[in-house]
Write a protein that binds this ligand. Structure first.
Ligand SMILES: Cc1cc2nc3c(=O)[nH]c(=O)nc-3n(C[C@H](O)[C@H](O)[C@H](O)COP(=O)(O)OP(=O)(O)OC[C@H]3O[C@@H](n4cnc5c(N)ncnc54)[C@H](O)[C@@H]3O)c2cc1C
Length: 437
C-alpha cells in the first residue's frame, strides 16, 4: 500500500552526518508536507560525529542528541547500510524522489603530492582517525606504531587531535570511546617524539585555542616550542582573540623543559615537506625551511631530515566523486551554485563547501539548501520511500532503521569497560545481525 501522501514532497538525503541532519531538520520545520529519507552507507548514523571527532572529546559528540530528535519526527526516516553507488544508483534515486541531496562529506585524504607518500607508514588522517575511531573501513589498517618518532603534518585541529590521541595514556583515555584495537597499539607503543609540522607560522595556524591548550596539560607528554619561532609580544595588540590565546599557549610551551616528561611533542613551524624517505617503509621526512612574506609562503632552500617511522598528513580531505555529478578537483567537492547541482539535485556540508568549518557551520548551510529545495521543487507523484522499499525488497538489502541502530548502540553501551561510554563495534555484519535480532 502506498504511504507517500498526496502533495507530499519526497526528499532523499544521502549521508547521515551533521549536514544531512541539519538539512532534514530544516526541511521538516515548515508547514509544507515533506517526507525525508536519510540514507547512509554505514549501519550507524552521525557521520564524523562518530568517526571523526576525537574519542576523548565526548561532550562534542553530544550534538548527536539533536539529530536523534530530528529522527523522532514521523516524516523523517534513517535508512542505514544502504550505499549510493553500491546498492542503488543516483539515477534510481532521482527517479524515486522529488529532490536528492548529496551530504556525503569528504571522506578521502587529500594527497601531499610529494615523493614517497605511498611508502608503508604514511597514513593520511582520514584513515588514521577512522582507525582509532572504529570506522569499519579502517578496522584492518593495523598501523605499525612500534616507532620512536612520528611526524604529523598540518597546523589544524585534526593534527592536534592525532598528536593528542597518540600522546595520552590509557588512564587519560579511560572515559573515551577509542577503538579497542587502537588502544592496544597506541598504549603499547614506544613513541617518544611527536612532531607537528606547519608550513607557515604560529599566527597562520588554524588550531583553536582550547584544543591547542590541551596539549600543554598531558600527563606523560611535554609540549615544546622554539621560542624563536614566536612573534614578539609588542605586536600582540593587532592580533585576533584566537591568535592571542594561541600565542599565550605557545609561549607557555616554549618555557617547558624537554626532559620534564617521557614523551615530547614538538610544535615546529615554517617547515614544508619535500619528500618522504625510506625504502619500503618510511624512515624520515625531508623538510624545507620556509618564510612567510606578504601572506605568501616560500621555501628558503635550507633543508633538514626529520627521522620518523610514521607520518600522518592532516592536510585536508576530498569528497568521493559520483558518476555524472560535476566535480571540482580544485576544491575537492561537487560543483554547485549555493548547494544546487542540477534541477532536483543538491549538495550540502563538506560535499558542498569542501572540508572547512565546524559542526555548527553545517547548520546554516543545511537550512539554506532546505529553503532552496522548498522554494524550487514542486511536488510530483514520484514513489518516494515506497519505491525505495520496493528496491530494498527486490535486492534483498539489509538496511538498518533508526530503532534498529538503537539496538546496536545499546549493545555498545552494555559492553563498555572501565568508564568508557561505549565499546564501538566495527564489523558491519555483526552490527546488521544485532540490528535484525
Ligand atoms: C578528524 C576530524 C575531527 C573533527 N572534530 C571536530 C570537532 O571536534 N568539532 C567540530 O565542530 N567539528 C569537527 N570536525 C568537523 C565536522 O566533523 C564536520 O564539519 C562535519 O562532520 C561535516 O559534516 P558532513 O555531514 O558534511 O559530513 P560527514 O560527517 O562526513 O557525513 C557524511 C556521511 O555520508 C555518508 N556517505 C558517504 N558516502 C556515501 C554513499 N555513497 N552512500 C551513502 N552514504 C554515504 C558517510 O558514511 C557519512 O556518514 C572534525 C572533522 C574531522 C575530520
Amino acid at each position: 500500500m502506498a504511504t507517500n501522501g498526496a502533495g507530499e514532497l519526497n526528499v532523499a538525503i544521502i549521508g547521515a552526518g551533521p549536514a544531512g541532519y541539519y538539512t532534514a531538520e530544516a526541511l521538516t520545520a515548515t508547514d509544507r508536507p515533506v517526507h525525508v529519507d536519510i540514507i547512509d552507507r554505514l549501519p550507524t548514523p552521525f557521520g564524523l560525529i562518530r568517526a571523526g571527532v576525537a574519542p576523548d572529546h565526548q561532550s562534542i559528540k553530544n550534538v548527536s542528541r539533536r539529530y536523534e530528535a530530528t529522527n523522532t519526527r514521523e516524516n523523517v526516516r534513517f535508512v542505514g547500510n544502504l550505499a549510493l553507488g553500491r546498492d542503488i544508483t543516483l539515477t534510481e534515486l532521482r527517479g524515486l524522489y522529488d529532490a536528492v541531496v548529496l551530504a556525503t562529506g569528504a571522506g578521502k585524504d587529500r594527497p601531499l603530492g610529494i615523493e614517497g607518500e605511498d611508502l608503508n607508514g604514511v597514513i593520511g588522517s582520514a584513515a588514521f582517525v577512522g582507525w582509532y575511531n572504529a570506522h569499519p573501513d579502517y578496522t584492518d589498517l593495523n598501523p605499525d606504531l612500534r616507532v620512536a618518532s612520528v611526524a604529523v603534518i598540518g597546523n589544524g585541529n585534526v593534527a592536534v587531535d592525532v598528536a593528542r590521541v597518540l600522546a595520552k595514556t590509557a588512564a587519560e583515555m579511560a572515559n573515551s570511546d577509542l577503538a579497542s584495537h587502537a588502544a592496544g597499539s597506541i598504549h603499547g607503543s614506544p613513541i617518544r617524539d611527536i612532531h607537528i609540522i606547519g608550513r607557515r607560522g604560529p599566527l597562520e595556524a588554524s588550531f583553536t585555542p582550547k584544543e591547542l591548550g590541551e596539549l600543554n596539560q598531558l600527563e606523560n607528554c611535554v609540549a615544546l616550542v622554539d621560542g624563536k619561532q614566536l612573534p614578539d609580544p609588542s605586536g600582540d595588540a593587532d592580533l585576533s582573540g584566537a591568535q592571542k590565546k594561541n600565542l599565550a599557549a605557545l609561549r607557555a610551551m616554549a618555557l617547558n623543559s624537554a626532559d620534564a616528561k617521557p614523551v615530547r611533542l614538538h610544535l615546529q613551524f615554517y617547515l614544508r615537506p619535500m619528500a618522504i624517505l625510506g625504502d619500503r617503509c618510511v624512515c624520515g621526512i625531508r623538510l624545507e625551511e620556509t618564510r612567510v612574506e606578504g601572506g605568501k609562503c616560500e621555501g628558503t632552500g635550507v633543508t633538514e631530515v626529520l627521522p620518523a617511522g610514521l607520518v600522518v598528513p592532516c592536510i585536508g580531505y576530498r569528497t568521493s566523486p559520483i558518476p555524472d555529478v560535476p566535480y571540482s578537483a580544485r576544491y575537492g567537492c561537487f560543483e554547485n551554485e549555493d548547494g544546487r547541482i542540477a534541477p532536483g539535485l543538491y549538495c550540502v556540508g563538506w560535499a558542498k563547501r569542501g572540508p572547512t568549518g565546524t559542526i555548527g557551520t553545517n547548520k546554516p548551510d543545511g537550512a539554506e539548501v532546505a529553503l532552496k529545495i522548498l522554494n524550487e521543487v514542486s511536488t510530483s507523484r514520484k514513489e518516494g520511500r515506497d519505491g525505495l522499499d520496493r528496491i530494498i525488497r527486490e535486492r534483498d538489502l539489509h538496511i538498518v532503521t533508526f530503532q534498529n541502530w538503537k539496538k546496536i548502540e545499546a549493545e555498545e553501551v552494555a559492553s563498555a569497560r572501565n568508564g568508557a561510554p561505549r565499546r564501538k563495534l566495527t564489523d558491519v555484519h555483526e552490527m546488521v545481525r544485532i540490528a535484525e535480532s
